[in-house]
Structure formats: structure tokens, C-alpha cells
Write a protein that binds this ligand. Structure first.
Ligand SMILES: *[C@@H]1O[C@H](CO)[C@@H](O)[C@H](O)[C@H]1NC(C)=O
Ligand SMILES: *[C@@H]1O[C@H](CO)[C@@H](O)[C@H](O)[C@H]1NC(C)=O
Ligand SMILES: *[C@@H]1O[C@H](CO)[C@@H](O)[C@H](O)[C@H]1NC(C)=O
Ligand SMILES: CC(=O)N[C@H]1CO[C@H](CO)[C@@H](O)[C@@H]1O
Ligand SMILES: [Zn+2]
Length: 459
């Protein structure tokens, strides 16, 4: 073991995460992003995890952020923008594997030709469902909840913006968030930066409701098809939109279609983002609807019923799951309304961070979430009809002593259930075979130092 000092990083007042104990892990140390602008705290968001009744009013402001400073929503961001260049220059490229960018075929599918899937040199999930990076300095992806009976509830592609069509907009946010509030359910939300910039009030509502906000890119590309600077830009503008809208800086992201390899992981990690995938896929996005496909809703029903039956019969007793769902349109929202109450009777339905015992999903230390290790104050359930006013808690809920915030060490493998996928607006169809390794991060207490030296142990 050799200790290499890789540099001094300037930190604003706040928190930092240092690498795990050098002997056990060697994970590349990352620090809270210094390259994000310092936005004023939005007036209508809480300062920490909600402790009072949740707002279930049915209307939200449709004001957008100042879109003139953002890339055009749902388009590939410019790679020459000064803010993107600044992030690019902050990345240690010696710790980004030189995997080639992959090409999409004319139908949008990735082209696996020429990639050696037997050696899988870059742990390319789309080809092999690999979740354990081949380089030692990156943590494994999170792809399932370790404890049997846990159901990690996740929604991608939000916030679901209004469309202008009132029949559809009944199902746009805050419809799903209100439903989750009335069923006292927390979830992990993987946000499209474009959707946050155009509908920031929805992101604010979700944060105030106790959901965990993570990054899901600006324009939803296959990330391994993007150049290094394009990867930076997709993540940067999404982080920025979430920060401007809500005041928080996410430390989690999910690649669209699950398309990630060690090159993309390493860039995301150095931008402060841990990769989160899934091990069960509802394919809800593929139901008929705009941007959807042709999957019969009865098929999606049968997946949910199958998972419930497997758990009830004792067959599903090895580990928990992380399940991919979407906030995309009426069909996907209706599926949640139909199945969540049934799932709650059979599974312990939780956010991904709760099942992983990660209590601080953001770089802002004042947001401390309950986890399975840590039953801190939870918000009060609300009834469907109550439109309670919010309580704004200004004080941090808990101040943390150094403690392990992330640990998953069980190792398991499923048969991978590969199906073909067509180009679509949502994630691919593969079910992951997972094998999540250990990676312990330790969160420091409040740090007021402005500079620290970061050490990396190399084995
Ligand atoms: C919404 O979806 C449900 C279930 O798929 C369907 O019964 C209903 O007609 C849909 N409503 C609209 C407005 O599309
Ligand atoms: C947390 O609270 C739940 C429900 O109140 C309880 O079942 C569980 O045992 C608690 N866990 C811990 C670690 O205190
Ligand atoms: C989270 O903490 C609880 C209570 O200490 C423990 O039972 C559970 O195994 C932990 N989960 C993980 C993923 O470490
Ligand atoms: C079936 C259905 O409700 N489809 C809708 C999905 O969402 C888009 C907009 O997000 C609507 O245009 C579709 O009508
Ligand atoms: Zn998606």
C-alpha cells in the first residue's frame, strides 16, 4: 500500500466525504462540487427532512427557471460552454478509463459489435449487466436493496410536466407526489434536468415531501455514446437545475437505459455522483402513450402480481430489490395508484437510500433522511382530502457523528433476463444480474476548513 497525495481541494463550508479506510477500499476520494453556482435558497423549500404535515394541494406554479441560461430542454448541451469547461478541467482524467464511445444503430439500439463481452474490460452494463467496476478506485453500483422484503421504489424521467392537454395534465405532478404523500410513501426520483428547469415547483414539492432527488441527465441519451465532455455537460446541467430549483446537490444518479461503463462512472463519480441501477424492471414506460410503446398494461400487471406472489410464497427471500418505474404519463401513474397499496402490504417499500442506510444523499449536510439504521423523525401521514400547510423546519434534523453511510456487501447473481429493446424514451428492457460489492464511505461532521488535502491509497 502506498499513500499518494493527489491534491488539495478547496471546499466551501459544508461537508465532505473522504475515501473509505484506505486498507479496505481505495475508492477515489471525491469532494463536494465547487463548480456549481451559489444560488439563493428558494423560499418555498424546507431546510431539512420534513417533520410536519405534507402539502397535498393540487396546483403548482408552472414558472420555469430562467431558461436563457440553460441549454434548450431535451437537446444535447453545448460542449464549449464555460461552466461545462470548468467542470471538465476539475476532473482528474488519469482516473477516467479510456473506453471508446459506443454507437447507436439506426433504430437507437446500442451496437455491441467489437466489444469483448467475455472480458468486459469496462464493465459495460448494457452489454453484460456488470455493476462492479474493473478499476479499483470506483465503488460498485447500487442495484438492489440488500435486505429480503425491501422494495426500493424509484421513478425515472420526472418531474412529469404538464402538457397543456387537461385530460393528460390531471396526471402530471403533483398528482403522483400527492398520491405518495397520502400513502405515506417515500421514493427515489431520478430527474431529467430539462424537466426540472421547466417545472421547478414539482422538484420543490418532491423534496418537501421527503423524496430523494437524483440526477438522470439533461436530454436522456445513451451515456456511453457520449464523449467525455458531453457526459460532463449532461450531468452538470441537471445538477445545476436541481440545485437552483431546490437548493440541494445530489450525490446519486441513474444512467438512462442503464447505459454506463467505467468511463462514464468515473466522470459521474468525480462529479460527486454514485451510480444507481435496478434489478427489477416494470417496463411501464412501454405501455401505450406518447413516448411509450405497445406493451399491454395487463402485462405490467402480471409483473407486479408475479413479484407479490414470489414474495408471499417464500421464493423471493434472498435479498430485496430496486424496481424501475416512471413518472411519464397517465398509464405509468395509474399503475402506481393501482399497485403501490398492494405492494405495501407485502414488501417494505422504501427509497433506495433508506434500504442502503445512506442518510445523506446530498452534499448539503442539513438534509438527513431516515434509513433502516436510523429512525429519525418522520413526516406525518396526510389524508387524501387534507391540504395542510407546510411546516418549514429551519434546523438540521440531526448532526451526524462519523458513521458508515453506505454498505452493501452481499453478493448474488440472477439469471439475466435479456430482451431486445427498441429505441424508446425510457430505460432498456434488460433485467440486471447484480453483484454489488462493498464500499464504505464515511461522512465527516461539519467541516469549516476551506482546504483539505485528499489522500488516495493505491494498492
Ligand atoms: C389513464 O390510464 C388508465 C389506466 O390505463 C385508463 O383507464 C384511463 O382511461 C386513462 N385516462 C386518460 C385520460 O388517458
Ligand atoms: C424503525 O422503526 C420501525 C417502525 O417504527 C421499526 O419496525 C424498526 O424496528 C425501527 N428500526 C430501528 C433500527 O430502530
Ligand atoms: C441498515 O441498518 C439496519 C439496522 O442497523 C441493518 O439491519 C441493515 O442490514 C443495514 N442495511 C445495510 C444495507 O447495511
Ligand atoms: C396513455 C397516456 O396517458 N399517455 C400519455 C403519456 O404522457 C404523454 C405526455 O407526457 C401524453 O401525451 C400521453 O397522452
Ligand atoms: Zn429514463
Amino acid at each position: 500500500m502506498q499513500l499518494a497525495i493527489i491534491g488539495a481541494m478547496v471546499l466551501a463550508t459544508g461537508s465532505f466525504v473522504s475515501a473509505a479506510t484506505p486498507t479496505s477500499s481505495g475508492i477515489l476520494a471525491v469532494a463536494s462540487p465547487t463548480w456549481l453556482p451559489d444560488f439563493p435558497k428558494p423560499s418555498n423549500v424546507l431546510s431539512g427532512y420534513p417533520t410536519g404535515p405534507l402539502d397535498t394541494t393540487s396546483t403548482l406554479s408552472h414558472d420555469s427557471l430562467d431558461l436563457t441560461v440553460y441549454p434548450e430542454p431535451w437537446t444535447s448541451p453545448s460542449t464549449t460552454h464555460a461552466e461545462v469547461q470548468a467542470v471538465f478541467n476539475a476532473i482528474d482524467w488519469d482516473h477516467v478509463p479510456a473506453a471508446s464511445t459506443h454507437k447507436a444503430k439506426s433504430n437507437g439500439d446500442l451496437d455491441f459489435a467489437g466489444y469483448d463481452e467475455n472480458t468486459d474490460p469496462y464493465c459495460w452494463w448494457s452489454d453484460t449487466n456488470c455493476v462492479d467496476p474493473k478499476v479499483t478506485y470506483l465503488p460498485s453500483d447500487i442495484s438492489y436493496c440488500p435486505n429480503a422484503g425491501d422494495w426500493g421504489l424509484t421513478y425515472d424521467d420526472g418531474p412529469f410536466n404538464p402538457t397543456g392537454n387537461s385530460a393528460v395534465d390531471k396526471y402530471a405532478e403533483p398528482n403522483l407526489y400527492n398520491f405518495l404523500a397520502t400513502t405515506n410513501q417515500k421514493s427515489t426520483l431520478f430527474y431529467i434536468g430539462s424537466n426540472v428547469a421547466t417545472f421547478p415547483a414539482a422538484a420543490q414539492r418532491a423534496l418537501n415531501d421527503g423524496h430523494v432527488l437524483c440526477v438522470h441527465t439533461w436530454s436522456h441519451p445513451q451515456m456511453t455514446s457520449q464523449s467525455n465532455i458531453q457526459v460532463v455537460a449532461e450531468l452538470y446541467w441537471t445538477l445545476r437545475a436541481i440545485k437552483e430549483a431546490t437548493g440541494i446537490t445530489s450525490r446519486c444518479w441513474r444512467p438512462p437505459y442503464g447505459d454506463v461503463d467505467d468511463r462514464v462512472r468515473a466522470i459521474a463519480w468525480q462529479m460527486g455522483l454514485r451510480t444507481i441501477l435496478w434489478d427489477e424492471d416494470t417496463n411501464d414506460w412501454d405501455m401505450p402513450g406518447e413516448g411509450g410503446g405497445n406493451l399491454a398494461p395487463s402485462k405490467v400487471d402480471s409483473y407486479f402480481q408475479g413479484w407479490i406472489d414470489a414474495r408471499n410464497s417464500g421464493k423471493d427471500n434472498k435479498r430485496g430489490h430496486i424496481v424501475l418505474e416512471h413518472e411519464l404519463n397517465n398509464s405509468t401513474v395509474s399503475m402506481t395508484e393501482k399497485w403501490l397499496p398492494k405492494l405495501q402490504q407485502v414488501f417494505n417499500v422504501v427509497s433506495v437510500h433508506a434500504c442502503m442506510n445512506i442518510s445523506q444523499p446530498y452534499w448539503e449536510e442539513n438534509w438527513v433522511y431516515p434509513t433502516e439504521a436510523n429512525n429519525i423523525t418522520t413526516s406525518t401521514p396526510v389524508s387524501a382530502s387534507s391540504a395542510a400547510s407546510q411546516s418549514f423546519s429551519a434546523t438540521p434534523v440531526l448532526s451526524l457523528a462519523p458513521s458508515a453511510v453506505s454498505s452493501a456487501s452481499s453478493s448474488a447473481a440472477d439469471s439475466s433476463d435479456k430482451q431486445s429493446d427498441s429505441a424508446s424514451s425510457a430505460e432498456g428492457l434488460k433485467s440486471a444480474s447484480t453483484d454489488s460489492g462493498a464500499s464504505n464511505l464515511f461522512v465527516s461532521g461539519s467541516i469549516t476548513l476551506v482546504a483539505i488535502a485528499t489522500a488516495l491509497w493505491l494498492s
